[in-house]
Design a protein around this ligand. Structure first.
Ligand code: ZN
Ligand code: ZN
Length: 288
């Protein structure tokens, strides 16, 4: 089977390489039935990685125009207008996002907004992250992971999004920069505990192939263990490419579908073709 949708798509309004028009063309070429846009929402402290200075309003209005055009012509893919919202986004902006958008991806990137004038992200400059852990957390990488998940779980429960973005992004530089052992029991227990605490937010968990597309990871976020645990809790999952380049819109989807099947899923959620945000697709043709 092929998965003909993607809910996690960046554009030139943030750090994506492709325009909205180029991405829609790529989705049409792949025969996608639906496509959601999710540039980094305005979070008020890292303008290089967000739609600061009124860009978010322009992004929404351009997308609404495309959406109206496609709906009038009754053409696929069905477009959905969202943002990827960081956990540290101010509450007022989070409220506004839920008022004006079709959906929100709730993602956690930052540990702090301002450390000597710079935000510290777990997927940003790894040397800055390492220095932060050394000077502010006594070099304790597991404590960093604990803090990361505490920020994430609090945000998911306080302002539930439709989708949980790259749940275990904190693994990104864990091995390469000797922060913690991501396969060790101590870390895995922290991550599993956080996933369980986040469950009541009711969001769909994404299987995110973005780091595979960029060549920095060879498997998606989150791990097979976390995906299996989410399934056991009764959670739903979707598949996304965290697309920053329209030529990689469905990168790694086949491998990720196999991972879902291996984790015990019999179905996967995709953005709807009609009025409902989600529709469920069965994974019957896959072998784990
Ligand atoms: Zn992200
Ligand atoms: Zn993203």
């Amino acid at each position: 089977m092929r998965f003909l949708s993607n809910a996690h798509t960046h554009t030139t309004y943030c750090d994506g390489k492709s325009t909205i028009r180029e991405t829609i063309a790529a989705a049409k070429a792949l025969c996608f039935v639906s496509l959601g846009f999710s540039s980094h929402g305005d979070q008020g402290f890292d303008p290089a990685y967000s739609m600061a200075d009124g860009r978010q309003e322009r992004y929404v209005s351009e997308l609404r125009a495309f959406q109206a055009e496609e709906l009038t012509a009754n053409e696929a893919p069905r477009l959905w207008v969202g943002v990827e919202e960081d956990a540290l986004t101010p509450a007022r902006q989070k409220k506004e996002n839920r008022r004006v958008l079709d959906y929100v991806i709730g993602s956690t990137h930052y540990l702090v907004k301002d450390h000597h004038g710079q935000p510290i992200a777990v997927d940003g400059d790894p040397e800055a992250l390492k220095a932060y852990v050394r000077t502010e957390i006594d070099g304790d990488g597991l404590e960093m992971a604990r803090r990361y998940y505490a920020i994430q779980v609090a945000s998911l429960l306080e302002t539930p999004p439709a989708i949980i973005g790259h749940f275990d992004l904190v693994r990104k530089y864990a091995l390469s920069h000797s922060l913690f052992d991501p396969s060790g029991f101590a870390y895995r227990r922290i991550a599993l505990d956080a996933l369980e605490r986040a469950f009541p937010c009711g969001a769909v968990l994404e299987v995110n192939t973005g780091a595979m597309a960029r060549g920095t990871m060879d498997s998606p976020y989150p791990t097979l263990e976390l995906l299996g645990a989410w399934k056991e809790m009764g959670g739903r999952a979707t598949l996304t490419s965290d697309c920053h380049d329209a030529s990689k819109l469905d990168f790694g989807f086949e491998a990720a579908l196999r991972l879902l099947a291996k984790a015990g899923y019999h179905s996967v959620e995709r953005l709807g073709r009609d009025h409902s945000l989600w529709e469920t697709e069965r994974l019957t043709l896959l072998k784990a």
